[in-house]
Design a protein around this ligand. Structure first.
Ligand code: NAI
Length: 464
């Protein structure tokens, strides 16, 4: 006789969408059960944001020590203990996963480690043979790396991003297929570890899925080249052949590149197959994403979907906000989220972060705009950090000076963007930033000066 458990909300998937939804729903008084087949924390904690950022910071140290001789500090060339580095990264992940377990427990959320599939309306079948009866079901199943047939992930020379983050080795020559966010973040890490990296991008431009201005992209491309990363655009990776000299990567233009490993980072696709969705009337779109309405409700009653499983940016913080929205909506506190205002941070060298409209999108919308910029090279703090590359850019409405978007390329851009996110989300004006006293010497002064520059009154740059 199968065991049947009952809950108010059954969440399939314990990543940043699912676990955040669970905690918020529990805070609002619902009895919640999370079903997770692997490890809590999902892609972000286990094979995404967190391990990438741990390796980003560790390898930044490597590049800093290599450059330190320019300022009179000399070290012996650092030796890399890959096993120790991977173990440390694993500890960072384990600490955070443990934190989530504790948070769920303290909030009274039940966690079932099993695979869950929809059995019928209001029922989730579990791989341990039991079943869960839930008044509301939330699908938070996330996404997987896309595999392209000529480059199967089960071949030892072909890596997915999951494989690359395991740090199995530092290949002398690494080809990365896909000049998107994941491709360029891993290019940065492996370049700093010592690989000669070549990025092969199908489209005419890198990072083309992100709303970034040409000036930002060209600043990044210059830095990639300076760091020794080769970027080939308008180039489709076609096939490969393993021989005794290495791996021969062939591109559609007939070129051949000899490398040691190939990393495929050509996008992610929603994990929505084999979940029993069809049997419950949950429809998918043509790309496999769950169709949802503006409350994230699927085409089936009482079933919601969030995060990478639904159309929209595949970002952990967006998934978490989706989770909060569903929890609050079900508790009678509808929550509105403007998806145009989700900030994004890209961990390349230099970092890129953005929120709201780019200059080109703002222009295309037909609005009269003001644009202000300020270079990192004019910030005392940045020069003292030897981080002179990059700039701040603020775009605002010309009539009421409301800030529409901010792009930052430069050191710590990922941390600097949050002040801009508040400004854009709250409809603040250029004056609000320009007239707020920012401590000196700090990097956020760059945002203040960019706002002043848009108003024609920056102090530390020439206002044109
Ligand atoms: P992506 O869509 O950003 O980039 C994939 C790139 O691969 C595209 O530029 C595409 O044109 C190219 N491509 C496809 N087939 C190709 C071929 N045969 N040869 C050469 N190039 C080819 O996807 P990515 O980088 O895998 O990231 C997946 C998702 O995860 C994205 O939505 C991304 O925003 C998100 N993500 C965001 C992060 C962040 O914000 N820091 C970090 C990691 C992932």
């Amino acid at each position: 006789m199968p065991i049947i458990m009952k809950t108010d909300m059954g969440i399939i998937g314990g990543g940043p969408g699912g676990y955040v939804c669970a905690i918020r729903a529990a805070q609002l008084g619902l009895k919640v059960t999370v079903i997770e087949e692997k490890t809590l924390g999902g892609t972000c904690l286990n094979v995404g944001c967190i391990p990438t950022k741990a390796l980003f910071s560790a390898t930044k140290l490597l590049s800093q020590t290599a450059e330190a001789k320019q300022i009179g500090l000399t070290y012996a060339p650092p030796a890399i203990d890959l096993g120790k580095l991977a173990a440390w990264k694993g500890q960072v992940v384990a600490t955070l996963v443990g934190g989530i377990e504790t948070l769920l427990e303290k909030n009274g959320v039940d966690v079932i480690h099993a695979r869950g599939t929809l059995a019928s309306e209001g029922h989730i079948a579990l791989s341990d043979g039991s079943s869960l009866e839930a008044e509301h079901i939330v699908l938070a199943t996330g996404s997987d790396p896309v595999q392209i047939p000529p480059f199967p992930f089960d071949h030892p020379s072909i890596w997915s991003s999951d494989d690359a983050l395991e740090l199995p080795e530092v290949p002398e020559r690494l080809a990365i297929i896909g000049g998107g966010v994941i491709g360029l973040e891993l290019a940065t890490i492996y370049n700093r570890l010592g690989s000669h990296v070549i990025v092969v991008e199908l489209l005419p431009e890198i990072l083309s899925t992100v709303d970034l201005d040409r000036r930002t992209i060209s600043t990044l491309k210059r830095a990639l080249t300076k760091n020794g990363i080769d970027v080939l655009t308008n180039t489709a990776a076609e096939s490969f052949e393993q021989n005794e000299t290495g791996v021969l990567l062939r591109t559609q233009d007939g070129e051949e590149h000899v490398v040691d490993r190939i990393l495929v980072a050509v996008g992610r696709r929603p994990r929505t197959r084999d979940l029993g969705l069809e049997s419950c009337g949950v429809e998918l779109d043509e790309r496999g994403f769950v169709r949802v309405d503006d409350k994230l409700q699927t085409t089936a009653p009482n079933i919601y979907a969030i995060g990478d499983a639904v159309p929209g940016p595949m970002l952990a913080h967006k998934a978490s906000m989706d989770g909060v929205r569903v929890a609050e909506t079900l508790a009678g506190q509808p929550h509105v989220l403007n998806y145009d205002l989700i900030p994004q941070a890209i961990f390349t060298d230099p970092e890129i972060a953005s929120v709201g409209l780019s200059e080109s999108r703002a222009k295309a919308s037909g609005s009269e705009i003001l644009v202000g910029r300020f270079p990192f090279a004019a910030l005392g703090k940045a020069l003292g950090m030897r981080e002179a590359d990059g700039f701040f850019q603020v775009v605002a409405n010309a009539d009421d000076h409301r800030i529409l978007g901010v792009q930052i390329i430069g050191a710590e851009a990922s941390d600097l963007i949050s002040e801009a996110a508040i400004a854009v989300q709250s409809g603040l004006t250029l004056e609000a930033i320009a007239e707020t006293i920012h401590p000196h010497p700090t990097l956020p002064e760059g945002l203040k000066e960019a706002a002043e520059n848009a108003l024609g009154r920056a102090i530390h740059t020439v206002n044109r």
